[in-house]
Design a protein around this ligand. Structure first.
Ligand code: FEO
Length: 387
């Protein structure tokens, strides 16, 4: 078990998963993922969430060691998604008398996953408390952050916020890496659609005196909490985080890619502070989504295909639509050899999004990058630089 210190009577009992190929069936996690779980030892003993079924055996071992002969009284179920509630049945079979703590929504959804009809249940509502002895848990509902039954728990004595998926990141706990990058990729891909519910949760959190945040993924946050809260405020309000241009391209034969890289050089020569670029057919889609939200300007460059749009770009735009991409300035570059159709399709997607300013001119490449294309890209670069 990892020796992660929370406090004297609150133990980390989570598990790192370094073998998973795709988290939630779609996200690459080169440094794995942690399924965090905690144990509060007091007159009563509370387990704060379980872990993915993949890690159940190791987690039960961790729990047993931390219990040191005691048995859990309560299992707090903050979130039913299987990466956290996957071992509820495993816990019940090891400790049959454990009472389940959740809200009305938790208990309406729980039977979809497990047969818990016989189990004692304690249903809590907004603001309810559960005293364990010296520790008191207070529950706050966080619906749609990012499932309907999600709730967070505030431990009043040690001032710890158990934040469910909030403030989580990709990456196992034995990985030394920057929090922001993998927390941002996690946020926009998993929670990104639900900015308003996250804002509502941040308002509740603002009324609490928090000394530590214990999320269900990623490191325990003990210092400089304002930094993390500010990031969540920016992300959930759909404000750009950084000034810069993100170029996303989808190229069949390399000509659109060439134009995208040419535009990148032109932007850098004009002094644009940051230009990020991605090949939508080859690079990580989740990182492309992350970068689209990160910067204030984006360029979409894609080939026409079957009278429409080259599928890697269409896939990207469907991801952005699903995550309610908004409030950004976007430029369009299309390629088409006989009947260019990509720009029309990209525009249609963008027009269906909120507060998107489409920058002119829209550049059309006819098959290959030539002198006139270079000049049009230069004009677009100047517009982007000033936008
Ligand atoms: Fe980490 Fe929404 O589960």
């Amino acid at each position: 078990m990892k020796n992660i210190v929370i406090t004297d009577n609150i133990k980390y009992i989570g598990v790192d998963d370094k073998d998973i190929d795709l988290f939630e069936g779609q996200y690459v996690v080169p440094n794995g993922i942690s399924y965090n779980s905690y144990l509060i030892l007091d007159e009563k003993v509370a387990v704060m969430d379980t872990v993915d079924m993949r890690a159940c055996e190791e987690w039960l071992e961790n729990l047993k060691k931390a219990l040191n002969g005691r048995t859990p009284d309560y299992l707090i179920v903050s979130h039913l998604e299987p990466d956290h509630a996957g071992s509820v049945a495993g816990l019940i079979s090891a400790y049959p008398n454990v009472a389940l703590v959740g809200n009305a929504k938790t208990f309406s959804m729980l039977p979809n996953f497990f047969d818990v009809e016989q189990q004692e249940k304690l249903e809590v509502k907004e603001g309810d408390t559960l005293t364990l002895g010296r520790h008191t848990l207070q529950f706050f509902m966080a619906p749609m952050v990012h499932w309907p039954e999600v709730m967070v728990t505030y431990e009043q004595t040690e001032k710890i916020l158990f934040a469910a998926d909030g403030f989580g990141k990709f990456g196992a706990l034995d990985t030394e890496e920057d929090w922001t990058c993998e927390a941002r990729r996690y946020y926009f891909n998993i929670v990104g659609k639900y900015g308003a519910p996250v804002q509502a949760l941040l308002k509740k959190a603002a009324g609490l005196d928090i000394s530590m945040i214990c999320p269900l993924h990623g490191p325990i946050l003990k210092e400089n909490l304002g930094f993390y809260i500010e990031k969540y405020d920016i992300w959930s309000s759909y404000k750009p985080e950084d000034s810069g241009v993100f170029i996303a391209y989808a190229s069949i034969h390399g000509n659109t890619a060439k134009a995208a890289h040419m535009l990148k050089e032109q932007l850098l020569e004009l002094g644009v502070e940051k230009v990020a670029i991605t090949d939508l057919a080859r690079d990580d889609m989740a990182e492309a989504v992350e970068d689209a939200f990160r910067y204030d300007r984006m360029v979409l460059a894609a080939s026409s295909y079957d009278g429409g749009l080259f599928p890697p770009m269409e896939d990207f735009l469907m991801h952005l639509k699903a995550k309610t991409y908004q409030n950004r300035k976007v430029a369009i570059v299309e390629n088409g050899s006989w009947a260019p159709s990509a720009a029309k399709k990209m525009k249609e997607y963008l027009e269906g999004m909120k507060d998107i300013c489409i920058l002119e001119p829209i550049v059309t490449i006819k098959s290959t990058v030539r002198k006139e294309t270079e000049a049009e890209l230069q004009t677009l670069a100047e517009v982007l630089q000033k936008a």
